[in-house]
Design a protein around this ligand. Structure first.
Ligand code: NAG
Ligand code: NAG
Ligand code: NAG
Ligand code: NAG
Ligand code: NAG
Length: 504
């Protein structure tokens, strides 16, 4: 399937993956970790502390089929440090796991732990099916991924709540509040929507509620955010992307690109494969976008800031714009621990086809990409020649990846039905929720698929000026922006208010 003439689409997929992820934390899959909350040197937390336990729950494989008795072990974490079991009405906080391994780190830090301390909450985190150690099937073959859907994940959460209520002898006085950021932010809202008798309220952070195949707004926000630094920065990126096009036209230029951008495979050899070229452009663009999505603003994972990359992009003593872009690229690669920039399409697809739990792509890339092909789309495209990141990675490039990784069934018609189904099922930007607070940051490209303004008092929102993906979820710091501090205080009040009210 690789040698068909459409093969150009394939290369892009691999590189794109690091980009179209929705996680709160940047993750990688080529030679790297892929986890929702991978420890980084910025985190002081080193492992489980005394009050955090790792436990396993017997979960049902198929919530849609009562004739299927199969079960599997789902991992969860508990922190009971703040909860007074004899007080009778302490709340229960549930951190929803997402498209990567769930680690114990969130059980000891992050804004929600401070809320838990204040309200005396019992804290849980449930790992999402098919990620981390929560492995419902013997491998990740496409026929097994049938059980990987957001609806099954929500049902897992519902069954988990029922079981914990039983185990801890909790009553209707013990209100459950869900938390989640990014895709789990959407799940938090949907959990309240679908199971209001089990979950009292939710804080939905940076959640993309609208499924959309062609998420072209992503790079538009990236450009807007860079433009806030300076228009010159945007102009120089545009020039650099055009210079790459020019260099690709002749052998000397190709060699120079291979060297400047530290490509793992020489672009001279890929030049006739449009998928490889698409993939190359997408890789360079997504390295840039990652800086914006995870901009310093309080994301402890980000080491690089917009200011830093724009300073490089506009520094004429480094040379012409393409040389400056190459410098930025190197900086991102150093941060990510990448020795060379991998972009060859068929290599990526081959890796993505590996169905073993031991494969590198099992850290989330294969599963999450499946969810995009089968439920959400979310493809971060750039397909207009006058746009800053060019026209080299249109939506077809991503759809080709669905086909090449999971098979012919995953075509553009499937994707249209899938996205329509998801939006019809959950209500897209019109979710019928109460007691759910939607929080987004203006720098974060994902806010374009989320609920950021609402006239409906029952559907409150917070749109934080100047913060990136999931900023409100991280451990508070003294030098956080005032508007971020204010948002956390507002979230705290919201939790206090819904805990006081019995109304469902
Ligand atoms: C726990 O709750 C009980 C009943 O309300 C109360 O008597 C006790 O002082 C509380 N314990 C702590 C440590 O707050
Ligand atoms: C521009 O780049 C040069 C050469 O790398 C460096 O010495 C200089 O400090 C940079 N200027 C700014 C303003 O960053
Ligand atoms: C991928 O493409 C390269 C160059 O086009 C080729 O040499 C290689 O054999 C291909 N690999 C696979 C697995 O198809
Ligand atoms: C899948 O990945 C595993 C673990 O890295 C490896 O041992 C295996 O050979 C790979 N399978 C294929 C078909 O590439
Ligand atoms: C957001 O912040 C920027 C500066 O940080 C300011 O110029 C702008 O007016 C603010 N926007 C809103 C809507 O408050």
């Amino acid at each position: 399937m690789i040698n068909r003439n459409t093969s150009a689409v394939l290369v892009l997929l691999v590189i794109l993956f690091a980009n179209y992820q929705v996680q709160c934390t940047r993750k990688f899959w080529r030679g790297k970790q892929f986890s929702t909350d991978s420890p980084s040197r910025h985190w002081s937390f080193q492992g489980l502390s005394d009050n955090v336990q790792t436990l396993w729950f017997d979960q049902i494989l198929d919530h849609n089929d009562p004739t299927n008795p199969a079960t599997w072990k789902q991992r969860y974490y508990v922190n009971d440090r703040f909860f007074n079991s004899s007080s009778g009405n302490g709340p229960v906080f549930l951190m929803i796991g997402g498209e990567g391994e769930a680690t114990a780190r969130w059980m000891n830090e992050g804004a929600w732990i401070h809320y838990a301390e204040q309200y005396g909450a019992l804290c849980f985190q449930l790992e999402h099916r098919f990620y981390g150690k929560s492995q419902p099937t013997k491998n990740l073959a496409t026929e097994n991924l049938l059980y990987l859907t957001s609806e099954q994940a929500l049902a897992d959460l519902a069954y988990f709540i029922e079981a914990i209520n039983n185990k801890y002898k909790l009553t209707e006085q013990n209100f459950w509040i869900a938390f989640g950021g990014s895709y789990p932010g959407s799940l938090a809202a949907w959990l309240r929507e679908k199971y209001p008798h089990l979950i009292h309220g939710a804080i939905s952070s940076s959640g993309p509620l609208l499924a959309k195949i062609d998420f072209k707004e992503y790079f538009q926000v990236v450009v807007d955010s860079l433009g806030q630094y300076s228009e010159q920065c945007v102009t120089d990126i545009h020039s650099a992307m055009s210079q790459i096009e020019t260099l690709l036209k002749h052998m000397i230029g190709q060699r120079s690109l291979t060297e400047k951008f530290k490509l793992c495979d020489p672009v001279e050899k890929s030049i006739s494969n449009p998928l490889d070229i698409a993939s190359l452009f997408e890789a360079v663009a997504s390295n840039f976008a990652g800086v914006v999505q995870y901009n310093k603003d309080n994301s402890p994972h980000a080491k690089i800031t917009i200011d830093q990359v724009c300073e490089i992009m506009t520094n004429q003593s480094i040379g012409v714009p393409v040389n400056r872009l190459a410098e930025v690229n190197k900086l991102v690669m150093i941060q990510d621990g990448e020795k060379c920039l991998d972009y060859v399409y068929n290599k990526t697809i081959k890796q993505m086809q590996n169905t073993s739990w031991d494969a590198e792509v099992a850290s989330g890339a294969r599963q999450w990409t499946y969810q995009t092909c089968n439920e959400f789309g979310f493809y971060q495209t750039s397909d207009e020649s006058d746009s800053v990141f060019g026209n080299r990675f249109p939506v077809d490039f991503f759809i080709q990846q669905c086909l090449d990784i999971y098979g012919e069934k995953f075509n553009s018609e499937t994707l249209k039905r899938a996205v329509y189904r998801t939006n019809t099922n959950y209500g897209a930007l019109n979710p019928p929720t109460t007691n759910v607070l939607y929080v987004h940051g203006s720098i974060d490209p994902w806010h374009r698929l989320g609920l950021i303004y609402s006239n409906d008092l029952k559907r409150p929102t917070i749109f934080i000026n100047g913060t990136a993906h999931c900023a409100n979820m991280y451990e508070p710091k003294d030098d956080d922006f005032p508007q971020l501090k204010a948002a956390r205080a507002e979230i705290n009040d919201f939790i206090g208010n819904i805990l006081k009210s019995d109304s469902n």
